[in-house]
Write a protein that binds this ligand. Structure first.
Ligand code: ADP
Ligand code: F6P
Length: 483
């Protein structure tokens, strides 16, 4: 029977070492959290890196790691510390990530990073080739593995390959800056179906293909010799019911069974019932616009003094890529900004910003989503932003207001939210006031429309549509060759 295998750098679980033992910890990030909900429905394996360098374990311990991941249906691609440095921290996160998020000034063009990217992509391709059987489908994910489709197609033209990009595809004027632009595009064109979160990213990709390679493109089909390649937009959804049902349970739990976090949040409201919470949740990444969010919140407290002591920003940031210098600098900048705002506007029993620099269990995330009056998400660039969708799904009584950056992929599905330019501090400050003062009826009217849309197109539907397009293109290709 034909199987569908997933290939991505991050697996749904990362290995962490605690007290000389290896444990599985759920991975954070849109790719891992989204695909984790669907991958068990496919008859196939998930091939990826376990999140820990080979230098941190012995050969016997590697067997233990492989065993743990095997139980979860995953196959391991081990990476050395050197590869983690030059591939993951290097070409992935110091070259492609900043370039595709329009941070040109951060891009590192070191050729050794590129060489490592080619070698490590080959490792992932080789591992996949060990697993695939005749006629199988392979679904490769994200910018870390853009050469893998080409490497697979070169060896196994019989398998059908899908690729999904979880980050923006930048405009041609930005993409062309990269010295290895042709190699990356060539790698992607090994896939039969190439998916993006939005139509704009798809358009940018097709424009790069046209200008760099001059291939014939009709509508969204690329024709190369005997091959037809399809590019399409598939906005990724979330496991809507999981968040919604869990939020219902959270709210109805008796006091003695509530978590410590929940009890602490309730105490906050006890002091004064008209207090409000604003929530933000992200990986600590410069693309997420955390400093501009803090400055906008500071401006809000300065502009509207009546809200001081009445509104708290709960800011949850999960540590990410902290060996990369820009992430270290961002961490220092955020620490300083939080300190400054709390120093300026804090009192003995009021802290304007509650800042948590850690990952949180699912239950706590849902508690935060369901207890916060406003979600404030201000990325300066974001492929999608699943956090926005998770907030909406957790609002069981349809109240709550979403303030969302126009630079995200998710904004296309959130026309009813308050949409802001994240670089316009005073506009964001006004949006916070508007959100806090929005009448309940209006909140419900806006929220219920977004909820219906997100429930209908959840992560299962997203995966189903991608896979059925993959099957369709396989059929189109077969019919074309038979003519
Ligand atoms: P990205 O893929 O760039 O990290 P997304 O918003 O699309 O951004 O996805 C982030 C995912 O990681 C969400 O599913 C979110 O719930 C999860 N996440 C983010 N921050 C935390 C945190 N501090 N603790 C636990 N999970 C988190
Ligand atoms: O969703 C975008 C993404 O870059 C994924 O590819 C990645 O797994 C996730 O964010 C988190 O980043 P990282 O894998 O570097 O921790």
């Amino acid at each position: 029977m034909k199987k569908l295998h997933i290939v991505s750098n991050r697996l749904p679980f990362s290995i962490v070492s605690e007290d000389d033992k290896f444990l599985l910890k759920p991975s954070v990030g849109g790719l891992a959290t989204g695909m984790k909900s669907v991958y068990k429905d496919f008859e196939g394996r998930w091939i990826g890196w376990p999140g820990i360098a080979t230098d941190s374990y012995t050969v016997d311990q590697f067997k233990e790691i492989e065993g743990l991941l095997d139980k979860e249906g995953c196959d391991t691609v081990p990476l050395t510390a050197d590869e983690v440095h030059t591939f993951y921290e290097g070409f992935c996160n110091r070259t492609i990530w900043p370039l595709f998020h329009y941070f040109n000034q951060y891009v590192d063009y070191s050729p050794e990073f590129w060489e490592s990217y080619v070698e490590v992509n080959q490792k992932f391709a080789d591992k996949t080739l060990e697993v695939v059987e005749d006629g199988d489908f392979v679904w490769v994910h994200d910018y870390q593995l853009m050469l893998v489709p080409g490497m697979l197609k070169a060896k196994r033209p019989d398998i059908t390959i899908g690729f999904f990009l979880h980050i923006p595809f930048p405009s041609y004027e930005v993409f062309r800056i990269l010295p290895w632009r042709n190699e990356l595009l060539g790698g992607l064109l090994g896939a039969d179906l190439i998916g993006f979160h939005t139509y704009d990213y798809e358009r940018h990709f097709l424009s790069s293909v046209r200008r760099l390679f001059g291939y014939e493109i009709s509508f969204n089909q690329i024709h190369i010799d005997e091959r037809i390649i399809l590019a399409d937009a598939f906005p990724m959804g979330i496991d809507y019911d999981k968040f919604h049902d869990s939020a219902i349970k959270t709210i109805s739990r008796p006091m003695q069974e509530k978590s410590t976090l929940h009890k602490e949040l309730e105490k906050y409201f006890l002091v004064s019932p008209d207090r409000k919470l604003i929530l933000s949740i992200d990986r600590l990444d410069y693309s997420k616009g955390i400093p501009n969010r803090l400055r906008a919140f500071e401006k809000f407290l300065e502009k509207f003094p009546e809200y001081r002591t009445k509104v708290t920003l709960v800011m949850l940031a999960v540590p990410s890529r902290n060996s990369v210098p820009q992430y270290q600098r961002l961490k220092r900048e955020v620490d300083e900004l939080v300190g400054r705002i709390n120093g300026l506007y804090g009192t003995v029993n009021y802290a304007p910003v509650w800042y948590f620099y850690r990952s949180m269990p699912f239950e706590n995330l849902v508690e935060l989503y369901s207890m916060s009056d406003v979600a404030l998400l201000t990325p300066v660039r974001d492929g999608m932003n699943l956090v926005a969708k998770e907030y909406v799904a957790s609002r069981t009584n349809q109240t709550g207001v979403m303030i969302i950056s126009e630079m995200t992929g998710v904004v296309k599905e959130m026309g009813e939210a308050i949409v802001i330019n994240p670089n316009h501090e005073s506009q964001v400050a006004d949006a916070i006031k508007q959100a806090l003062e929005m009448p309940i009826d209006e909140q419900r009217a806006r929220m219920s429309v977004i909820q219906k849309r997100l429930k209908r197109y959840d992560v299962f539907k997203w995966a189903e549509q991608f896979v059925s397009s993959l099957k369709r293109i396989a059929q189109i290709q077969t019919d074309f060759l038979a003519k």
